[in-house]
Design a protein around this ligand. Sequence first.
Ligand code: FAD
Ligand code: AMP
Length: 474
Amino acid sequence: MKSYDVVVIGAGPGGYVAAIRCAQLGLTTACVESWANDKGEPTLGGTCLNVGCIPSKALLDSSHQYQQIKQEANVHGITVSGVSIDVNRMIARKDTIVHILTQGIAGLFRKHKIDWLQGHGRLLSDNQIEISPVTAAHGEMTTVSAKHIILATGSVPMQIPAARIDNKLIVDSSGALAFNEVPRTLGIIGAGAIGLELGSVWNRLGAKVIILEALEEFLVPVDRQIAAQAHKTLQKQGLDIHLGTRVTGTGTNNRQVIITFDHSGDKQQIIVDKLIVAAGRQPNTAGLGAQEYGLQLDNRGFIEVDANCRTNLPNVYAIGDVVRGPMLAHKASEEGVAVAEGIAGHTGHVNYEVIPWVIYTWPEIAWVGRTEQELKERAHPYKSSAFPFMASGRARAMGETTGMIKILGDEKTDRILGVHMFGPNASELIAEAVLAMAFDASTEDIARTIHAHPTLSEALHEAALGIDKRALHI
Ligand code: FAD
Ligand code: AMP
């Protein structure tokens, strides 16, 4: 039986990063991965690379460009005519990007001499793993042993009884990344990040998008002021968002989906060409042998871990979407690095207080730290200042004046407590705020930092200046 210092189960951004860091630290490492793409080829990268972060951003970019050319080009004096979208080419471009990146991880594994064990991993004990091949064509059942095991088995789309996935008319987020034409009408269950991003893609390409969300409030985790602006803007773009609307059933004929929902006690129905179920994601421990070997799960099915991602089994760790905390790729990767460093005898650490969040609508929504409503709930004394992109020279030059940056600082110490953005390139701009918070900076630190002109980042500078009522351009 082959034995390793570390065997990682799952090669998403949690698992593959953990494997690379282990190998960098001189540990003999293998990574078990069962994913196969639609051609049946074993593939690394997990949800994020195959059906998550990357393909969704590829389609968001294509659809954004299409819309810009159609709707904004004439503002710049550019005349275009006959603009159309070839959905199959757009999807093929996305598939090529996924292929290049997943192949890239296979290359990194080779470079770091990480063994990629293709198949489904199951715990036999706290130091043995059985690997069953994805199909008979992919080899035989094997067993390996490891001094340390890292579980990084990720998450899968939440299934709801009201809308069973048939992969024809009713799809999950993976199906929605592979439509071969623009549906005329598209229903989406769930107005979370995934529902809004996929809704934006197909809305920009011409679908009439109706989003049904059970909660009364829009984007609960987001700062209320930012959520209100985003809600208004996305509605104006054509996303028909219905809050307080719980889907209770669906039916299909051969061509369409009939959705039954409850709105303020009223039962109603709509008919759409396609329905995306984006009702959240759940931890994936299927076939892992968790119960048999006494691996402790919490009441929602997440593997229970301590602050250092240790499970209740000795030398078995768990990271990423399969454990508590935000279901974000960068959180999974950071945990992977920290666990690898811990195993190698270093001090790994994840600062959960400064994890950035991004929703890639356009404009983008991004934040880090506490929201204003959280500070109010905790009775934490704070100062707040916001700067609108309307007053930014660069945003004006780009024709991107919707949105703002808001900064929250501790009333006494001035330490930054949270930064919230709705605006162009917020996904990139948030990095400055994350770095500032990681260094425990004050709002005054940002106010005294020179920002290049003209840039969108000046909006954060101005927001920080505004804490002491000294913003210059408003
Ligand atoms: P995963 O990426 O889910 O990987 C787990 C891997 O483990 C899978 O490859 C699976 O096949 C494998 N596996 C599971 N069980 C076994 C087993 N027993 N044996 C062998 N292999 C096994 N996050 C962001 O931060 N930014 C985004 O923009 C973003 N966009 C998203 C868009 C969509 C449409 C979706 C669905 C998700 C998005 N996410 C995004 C979330 C992100 O994809 C996840 O947070 C991230 O992939 C979690 O990483 P992970 O390594 O924990 O798990
Ligand atoms: P997220 O967990 O952020 O990806 O968002 C998923 C959203 O789907 C949540 O806001 C849920 O409230 C919503 N949701 C889940 N089930 C239903 C349902 N049956 N009808 C409408 N919305 C739902």
